[in-house]
Design a protein around this ligand. Structure first.
Ligand SMILES: Nc1ncnc2c1ncn2[C@@H]1O[C@H](COP(=O)(O)OP(=O)(O)OP(=O)(O)O)[C@@H](O)[C@H]1O
Ligand SMILES: [Mg+2]
Length: 324
């Protein structure tokens, strides 16, 4: 049966420009934040998707940022197979890394990082990018950059240590329950949010106040518990490590709306093959992304800045779970 969908919000419209891409690659249409392609600027490059490889490709942006992110992923890959040190343990909380790849985009060769597509196999991917920490400027930032960062997303960033650069969510259409709508918002929306607005937006993102709530409730509970489980694991990692500090890094929360409707184990489509899916972690993924500003830990201290944001996020999700 064909799904009926429509975009209801247009602040973050689906990409309309048409960059010259190598065959087999396309723009990542679930990208909710960060740098994107621009019709008027062929130098602006967004993330790509390689549907056959199951990965996304992130352009290495400004040289120092791109190099830092590449080194970060390489250091995780080199951290030893046994998984018994902090770097190796971190691998489970970030997208898998498949190495760099050179591609010609808009007639210029650029290097991309190949990463696991966290929305792979999701029929109706809901995606939220949450930037972590009250402080989003790194130790090498100029006073000007620091001021710019401090003036952004002021309310949520200062009170919760969180900001919301973008998200997309599938929702049941209130007027016509046979329809599904996709709501997309970008950074202008996030910058306008108060703490209460942030909490409400999170509830909306988790379909926790859906008009269709009676049917989706058991699965919404599964979703919220799974998100909390994955957030707690990330928190455990942060409490144990004194190696790295993360600035302007995000958590990406992804889940498949198509799995909310039924609590039955269902077959699911991946790369054209049906397979049985039965673990919440198959359709709910919380991962750390965006490592352009990762630095060695100052004085080998824990990353309290990230931990503060993570604790607030856990409280917000807990509160939603208790309200449903
Ligand atoms: N591994 C991934 N799987 C699926 N989607 C991803 C993945 N990595 C990133 N994205 C999407 O791309 C967006 C931007 O990613 P990211 O934050 O890494 O880039 P950026 O902000 O442009 O980077 P930078 O700040 O380093 O220039 C995310 O909000 C998300 O929608
Ligand atoms: Mg980002």
């Amino acid at each position: 049966m064909a799904r009926k969908e429509q975009d209801v919000e247009h602040e973050l419209p689906p990409p309309r420009c048409h960059p010259l891409l190598p065959e087999g690659f396309r723009q990542l249409n679930t990208q909710v934040a960060g740098h994107t392609f621009e019709a008027a600027n062929t130098e602006a490059v967004g993330l790509l998707q390689d549907p056959s490889g199951g990965c996304v490709l992130k352009p290495m942006g400004k040289p120092e940022c791109g190099e830092r992110e590449l080194r970060f992923y390489e250091s995780l890959a080199e951290a030893g197979a046994s998984g018994d040190n902090d770097l190796a343990l971190l691998r489970g909380h970030v997208p898998r890394f498949y190495g760099p790849l050179k591609l010609v985009v808009n007639q210029r060769e650029r290097t991309f990082l190949r990463l696991e597509d966290l929305t792979l196999g999701m029929l109706q991917p809901c995606v939220m990018d949450i930037k972590m920490g009250k402080r989003t400027w790194d130790p090498e930032s100029s006073p000007r950059k620091r001021k710019l960062e401090e003036a952004k997303y002021v309310m949520c960033k200062q009170k919760l240590g969180l900001c919301l650069p973008g998200f997309q969510v599938y929702l049941k259409d209130d007027k016509d329950p046979s329809r599904t709508v996709v709501l997309r918002h970008g950074k202008d929306y996030g910058k306008s949010l108060s703490v209460e607005g942030f909490q409400k937006t999170m509830a909306l993102f988790f379909n926790a106040n859906s008009s269709d709530f009676r049917t989706v409730r058991p699965q919404t509970e599964v979703l919220l518990k799974e998100v909390l489980r994955q957030l707690e694991q990330i928190l455990t990692w942060f409490r144990g490590q004194r190696l790295l500090h993360f600035y302007a890094s995000s958590l990406l929360i992804c889940y498949d709306y198509s799995r909310l409707g039924s609590s039955e184990k269902s077959t699911h489509l991946l790369n054209g093959h049906h397979f049985k899916e039965d673990k919440p972690s198959d359709w709910v993924k919380v991962r750390m992304i965006d490592f352009a500003h990762v630095y060695p830990a100052d004085q080998a201290l824990p990353d309290e800045n990230y931990i503060f944001g993570l604790n607030s996020l856990i409280s917000v999700v807990h509160a939603i779970l208790h309200q449903i």
